[in-house]
Design a protein around this ligand. Sequence first.
Ligand code: ADP
Length: 359
Amino acid sequence: MQQMLHATVMEDKIKELLASIVHPETGKDLVTSGFIEHLATAGGKVTVVLRFAKARDPFAVKIKNQAENLLREAFPGSEVLVVIKEGGAAPRPEPKLSTTTGGIAKVIAVASGKGGVGKSTVTANLAIALRNMGFRVGVLDADIYGPSQPKMFGVEGYLPEAIVEEGKEHIIPAESMDIRLMSIGFFIKPTDALLWRGAMAVSALKQMIHQTRWGTLDFLLADLPPGTGDVHLSIIGELKIDAAVIVSTPQQVAVADVVRGVEMFRNENVNIPVAGIIENMAWFTPAELPQNRYYLFGRGGARAYAEQNGVDFLGEIPIVQSIMEGSEEGRPATSTHPEVEERYRAIAEKIVSKVMKNG
Ligand code: ADP
């Protein structure tokens, strides 16, 4: 009872704070505008979903930051998250792949020719960008060589619980920032012998694919192991992947590996549409020289490859300190940095329109 009272007091306080933020264009505050779609104050967390009337409100990110700052100041011990949604409810893809407990509409694989190009970072940030667009998102971390999603989402050490419902066993995914996450990292230790990673990893992956209680998802992003190989073919055989996104850095060697990745998906026995290539670490801009771009790994290699091979180019992400820090802190930068969010949102919009078009 006391806890319920406390929650009501907190919610009133939150509304009072949000009522002090005025939309510069309409001159109306967030409460009067009816922008508060959802408000929750459970488990030391304050979550607010703001739905803006316009599909692309230029003030949305600024207002989100203002709201987060005010709430963090008012509730210093709480984790604060303000999610922005824009326009009417986002169109939801029809569920296609049925799981034990619901349906997953679209499965998107994120792949790379080699390790270290930022595939996992891109997966986590794309997941947040899709969530910000109003989609229900899950992440399946199938990177058996370096599962890093638990760290990216701040849920390292999570032990998936297994439950039996109607005679079937399910495993419960972790949940962080409204994203459901299942990772092979919850089952293997980094020190486990490499040998373990072949057959046993594949059987663990199969279990994760078929038994995770995802519920209903609009998008499941699968973070694949780098490269191409038997493990990939096993995953592709189990998951009905709707589209693949390939991450590369601009280096020529990285781009050469992309070729094999694209060929794997395009192979006639696999036949998965490649939605496009994302060039990560495209350039570096130091904070003190915001106009300068240093092309540390060469310039535009992935874009050129994409253009020459009839693969769409989805966008480029520069090297940004906040992206690296976001991964370290368990909070992908798309959830905290407006300029990073903008880049990822543009890429996510392209991917959504492609996979929705493909039916
Ligand atoms: P992969 O999954 O391809 O092995 P990761 O996503 O683990 O690569 O990224 C490798 C390292 O590079 C991580 O430390 C990550 O934080 C960092 N990183 C990735 N992309 C960026 C970026 N755009 N800016 C800054 N650091 C990045």
